[in-house]
Design a protein around this ligand. Sequence first.
Ligand SMILES: Cc1cc2nc3c(=O)[nH]c(=O)nc-3n(C[C@H](O)[C@H](O)[C@H](O)COP(=O)(O)O)c2cc1C
Length: 362
Amino acid sequence: MVDLSVEICGLKFKTPILPAAGPTVMDGDALVKVAAGGAGGLVAKTVSVKPAQVPRPCIIKVKDSMLNAELWSDIPLEQWIKNEYPKAKRTGLPLIASIGYKAEEIREIAPKVAAAGADALELSTHYLGNDPTPVIEATKAAKETVKIPVFVKLSPNVLDVAQFARAAEGAGADGIVAINTLGPCLAIDIENAMPMLGSAQGYGWLSGPAIKPLAVRCVADVARAVKIPVIGVGGVSTGRDVIEFIMAGASAVQVCTSAIVKGYRIYGLMADEMVKFMRAKGYNTINDFKGIALRHLPEQPLRTTAKPVEVIASKCTACGLCERHCPYEAIHVVGKVAKVDPVKCYTCGLCASVCPTRAIRF
Ligand SMILES: Cc1cc2nc3c(=O)[nH]c(=O)nc-3n(C[C@H](O)[C@H](O)[C@H](O)COP(=O)(O)O)c2cc1C
């Protein structure tokens, strides 16, 4: 019997799939929809002492990813406390409240949000540069003012994310959330030569599938650097992605961009996909495979040779994607199945990574 439940810092989540701070958790009604969509727990949009003045436009799609300049919530803190958090609490799911940003702001907001019923806090950080002092100060401010667990959400825009995680752990953080969006980035509307986003300098922050490999790397780095639990976020869009983050050491994941694109049902759909994968592999619980990829990372030797790829004929649909992608012209659809030329095959791995039915393997 597959069991997806996880316990993190004493909070019991029915699955490891949570929403991430963003527009899909913008108020209490949205959080109720997230719960109905099958999320294992709730994370609310970041609030700060004053409502945000959000630039417009503030979200654009870039291929299957996004740039945003949404900042934090434009709903006043008092309204969150009076209406939005209580609505979310009535779902019965554990509620993590995201707050920002500076230590003095955290000191003011944290006790109010905890008193409103939040089960844990998430400190949103967005620092560029390599000085973890603001993270340390923000973490200490939260830990000094509340008793509930404090998660610190890290930005990938630093040289050494593990150093920031260690600093947060040293300041008393109970868990790490990795990662926030990547940037700043810029997109230009070539019809009028204007930045597409309405923010200062048109800058925005990248999220979605484009940042997933960066997020998985950060999670692996952080998981090896600290003893406290890590929640992975960045580009999660399928149940297989969730498995990947957990194998890299995450205890749970959060989803923002793909939930915007695919809707509130995504949390339950990803959980179903996880169950199928776990059954096929004989995993009964999340702990059965949590962090199992980490042991291969430090001692992973440089692999400079591989056997030519192999096509599993029964799985091949002759879609031709492998043929179109192969830079070495080494794979061709012949009749109803892809065939590999072992002499031309450079064993680069690209065909296996694009095959939609996983019919190609090393
Ligand atoms: C439109 C938008 C708004 C966001 N707002 C917040 C926020 O208020 N606080 C925060 O910590 N992160 C915020 N994020 C970042 C997400 O929580 C998440 O860390 C990031 O988008 C990576 O996950 P994803 O690839 O699943 O979107 C926002 C992201 C998007 C796309």
